[in-house]
Design a protein around this ligand. Structure first.
Ligand SMILES: [Zn+2]
Length: 342
């Protein structure tokens, strides 16, 4: 009951503050940029904010603003998520179907269930309560216009950071370990290839080589007529891909552990306004740093990554603006991704 009241309060807060995302999203739908794009068939409505998950489960990668959608049932949400996953990884997942009362997808013959957003194998379905949900968060097509947080929002952000510290998220790794075929460091290492990307060496999972080549091709092509992109490429110092580790301050595995995430850092970037945890060392109110004071690759670069299935950590509330991660399912669920990435 307490949780239900919390979400109702949250919903009211969103309605009252008229979050900029709503405006950005509706503008985007009509924008020329989207003309000719085939719309993804999955709606943003019904994402997990309306579910009974504790707040601590979704603060990790919560996007800039929570979606308000209490009207969809959990089964609808399960269908959306599992179909988005099947569509996002067509070479690795079979089609989603209802199985034993829940939506599920197969990975090489093993079935994984939605399980209240936990993505669990058959044998762990009964232990769903032991895990936090996977973050299928709201991800805006465009960064909303910067608006300093209201005092109530600041209070909420402070509370989220505090809960994150006190109660680190614990997600089941089974689904993504199986998806990337990387259950431990040795197995992950076997999947890693070293490539050149924009003139720098980086180690990534073999399954995203083609996507990264296409991202690079698009960035280089646009750089011919865009001096900001040329300057950004020239400013790059290091690219960090594969790194067997968890997400800082959590018990959850980072997508760097699979080689499915990439940190792109320019020279002389200054640590302070790149990653919220670093910012917090000097500015406890890390959320007050406006977008223009955060490291920000050119928008065209962000869009090039998004066009081939990568999300940008600069759109997370807990920002990580050097970070790109292969999560086509997030882009599909938010109606951003082209149906056919290639
Ligand atoms: Zn990263």
């Amino acid at each position: 009951m307490k949780k239900r009241l919390f979400f109702i309060a949250l919903l009211l807060a969103i309605l009252v503050t008229e979050h900029a995302f709503c405006r950005g999203k509706s503008q985007n739908k009509d924008s020329p940029r989207n003309a000719g794009r085939e719309r993804a068939e999955y709606s943003l409505a019904g994402r997990e904010q309306g579910s009974s998950e504790p707040e601590s489960e979704k603060i990790e990668n919560e996007a800039l603003m929570p979606a308000a959608a209490l009207e969809k049932t959990e089964m609808d949400r399960a269908e959306q998520v599992m179909k988005a996953l099947a569509k996002a990884y067509p070479d690795r997942l079979g089609p989603a179907e209802i199985r034993n009362g829940d939506w599920a997808v197969p990975i090489r013959g093993d079935w994984y269930y939605y399980a209240d957003g936990k993505l669990l194998p058959e044998e762990l379905r009964e232990k769903a309560r032991d895990y936090d949900g996977q973050p299928f968060y709201n991800y805006p097509a465009e960064l909303p216009a910067w608006k300093a947080p209201e005092p109530e929002e600041e209070e909420r952000f402070r509370g989220m950071a505090e809960r994150r510290r006190r109660n680190p998220s614990r997600r089941s790794q089974h689904f993504f370990d199986a998806l990337w075929r990387a259950h431990n460091k040795e197995e992950a290492w076997e999947r890693i290839k070293s490539i050149r990307f924009l003139g720098h060496t980086v180690m990534v999972h073999y399954a995203i080589l083609e996507e990264l080549a296409l991202v690079e091709e698009r960035i280089l092509s646009e750089s011919k007529t865009n001096s900001r992109i040329r300057a950004w490429i020239a400013s790059l110092s290091t690219l960090d891909g594969w790194n067997w580790r968890g997400i800082a301050d959590t018990q959850s595995r980072s997508f760097h552990a699979y080689g499915a995430a990439l940190d792109i850092l320019p020279k002389n970037y200054g640590r302070s306004n790149t990653y919220w945890l670093w910012t917090a060392q000097s500015t406890p109110e890390w959320w007050t740093v406006p977008y223009e004071k955060r490291l920000h690759p050119p928008d065209e670069v962000v869009k090039a990554f998004e066009a081939y299935g990568f999300i940008w950590g600069g759109k997370w509330l807990f920002y990580d603006t050097m970070h790109f991660e292969f999560r086509p399912e997030i882009l599909i669920l938010n109606e951003i991704l082209l149906t056919d990435m290639r």
